[in-house]
Design a binder for this molecule. Structure first.
Ligand code: SAH
Length: 271
């Protein structure tokens, strides 16, 4: 693929940008922008986030952000605050403190997260810490992995005649107050997309049965959505755990449950 040719997709981006007639905002020293990098594919970055990466002199990022995106912040000192070997290396309070310190030092700070910062990303907690410390901030949305992942797997998020709502849930909060009432969610009959759901998948499925979902309900797993190594496994609620084991599905992955999964048979061929 030659991306440098005059009529390449890259040249098309440059040409379109050269005609962009809006004022993107300036990242001021001492300000923090909480930005969403999307699920992985750099093509899903927003213009605001691309501009933020170009302006930042300090970039605080997670493991979920692709290396191709991190290098775009060419001028920035990089602070990695993600998980190593499945362990959170830095507690959330320390990440908040780092953002506050960098802002107080007069840095132009971008806090880059996978997906959307306000969707299961702890962006709200970081924004609260910035407010508490009087630090000016903005939140730049990103494509959340549910919508990026459903799309790249060929599953519409909504379809007339199939679903009139869609539920985004976390499967991680097994025992805390954030734990969704799975049987109540199941009773809505609407599709459920579960983030961070692999660890407690079997228990979650048992709870969904209690809400009336049948083991025949279509279900899928989407691993590394929108990245070149993306894999999708289609199963049913009753066979999902076995399918995940057989194909060794690992994080990051989404669990998709409901009738929309069945639409994939016809729609997965988009290129
Ligand atoms: N703020 C993020 C979610 C962070 S929670 C967002 O809006 O997408 C982390 C979870 O997101 C992972 O456990 C996984 O369930 C999901 N996730 C993030 N990126 C993903 C990807 N590329 N493919 C599949 N799931 C992904």
């Amino acid at each position: 693929m030659n991306n440098d040719a005059k009529d390449s997709p890259r040249a098309a981006v440059e040409q379109a940008l050269s005609r962009l007639d809006v004022n993107l905002r300036t990242l001021e020293p001492g300000h923090v922008w909480l930005a969403g990098a999307g699920p992985g594919d750099p093509g899903l970055l927003t213009l605001d986030v691309v501009s933020a990466l170009g302006q930042a002199d300090a970039l605080v990022h997670d493991a979920l952000v692709s290396p191709e995106i991190i290098v775009m912040a060419a001028q920035a000192e990089k602070f990695f605050v993600g998980k190593r070997g499945g362990r959170l290396s830095i507690p959330q309070g320390d990440i908040n403190a780092l953002l506050v310190r960098l802002a107080h030092e007069g840095r132009k700070v971008v806090r880059l997260k996978g997906g959307h910062p306000y969707v299961f990303g702890r962006g709200g907690e970081e924004a609260q810490a910035l407010v508490d410390n009087g630090i000016p901030y903005r939140v730049l949305p990103g494509v959340t992995s549910a919508f990026g992942g459903l799309t790249s797997a060929g599953i519409p998020a909504t379809m007339r005649g199939v679903n009139g709502a869609i539920i985004l849930a976390t499967g991680f909060a097994a025992v805390s107050d954030d734990r969704p009432d799975w049987s109540a969610l199941a009773r809505t009959g609407q599709p459920i997309i579960i983030y961070m759901g692999l660890t407690h998948m079997a228990a979650t499925i048992t709870d969904l049965y209690a809400g009336g979902l049948s083991p025949e309900t279509p279900a899928a797993l989407i691993e590394n959505a929108t990245l070149p190594q993306e894999r999708t496994v289609v199963a049913t609620l009753g066979t999902l755990v076995e399918a995940a084991d057989r194909d060794n599905i690992v994080s990051p992955a989404l669990i998709v449950i409901g009738g929309i999964v069945a639409l994939r048979t016809k729609l997965a061929g988009a290129s």
